[in-house]
Design a protein around this ligand. Structure first.
Ligand SMILES: Cc1cc2nc3c(=O)[nH]c(=O)nc-3n(C[C@H](O)[C@H](O)[C@H](O)COP(=O)(O)O)c2cc1C
Length: 210
């Protein structure tokens, strides 16, 4: 067991690595943006989460920039109020990880990491062509969090681009059929196995398998 005192006695790198692993398997996506000088940017993010289905909202957390560095994604979203969220597949994982490197404002991670920009009509932000599941979001709410200086971004889902084969008749998506990975911490990208699906749970009996 690790209590609070033991946790804060750990070497900082060890502590951060441990804490980053605790939330378990998480979505790992590429966020595509553009600045007002038309320079594109893409970076890997693992803090994307569901906020609500109706209206369709997704959130993510952007960390504060360490002293002397910039946060291009955050700046671009605040300037243009648009961004894309693109799922990462196994074939994309190594290139997706590369986007976390500190590239300068003038360097587009699309070129540097081997991704292709895709522009949907009437949408300001670039999408990642290689991704099978591409979402277009508009900034809906922005909250700088006082507790740790991070930035909460909530976007409304305006556009969903996906292959027909991944759509099930009941409306859900088969993410495995697109080979989308799950992330752990800041360095692991896991292939996903077949899951179990259950019908809507009722109090009086064990949920039925679908
Ligand atoms: C697997 C992984 C997940 C990451 N998730 C986040 C995240 O959720 N929020 C964040 O601010 N940075 C995250 N990062 C770090 C950014 O990718 C990194 O700071 C990047 O350089 C930011 O690019 P930008 O300055 O172009 O926005 C993550 C990095 C990795 C490797």
């Amino acid at each position: 067991m690790i209590d609070r005192q033991a946790l804060y006695s750990l070497d900082k790198r060890q502590r951060v690595a441990l804490i980053n692993s605790l939330p378990g398997f998480k979505p790992v996506v590429l966020v595509g943006t553009v600045n007002e000088e038309s320079r594109t940017n893409v970076c890997v993010i693992n803090s994307c989460f569901h906020v609500g289905a109706d209206p369709a909202l997704m959130g993510m957390i952007i960390r504060p920039a360490p002293e002397g560095t910039e946060r291009h994604t955050l700046e671009n979203i605040l300037a243009t109020r648009a961004y894309s969220v693109n799922a990462v597949t196994r074939a994309m994982a190594q290139r997706a990880h590369h986007t976390s490197a500190r590239f300068t404002r003038d360097q587009s991670e699309f070129d540097a990491c081997g991704f292709t920009e895709h522009w949907h009509e009437d949408f300001t932000a670039p999408f990642v062509s290689e991704s099978p599941l591409q979402l277009g979001l508009k900034l809906a709410e922005y909250l700088p969090l006082t507790i740790n200086g991070t930035h909460l971004i909530i976007g409304s889902i305006e556009l969903v681009h996906l292959p027909d084969h991944a759509r099930r008749d009941d409306g859900t998506l088969d993410l495995k059929s697109m080979d989308i990975v799950a992330g752990v911490g800041l360095d692991a990208y896991h292939a996903v196995n077949t899951g179990q699906r259950f019908r809507y749970a009722k109090p009086d009996k064990p949920p039925e398998l679908i």
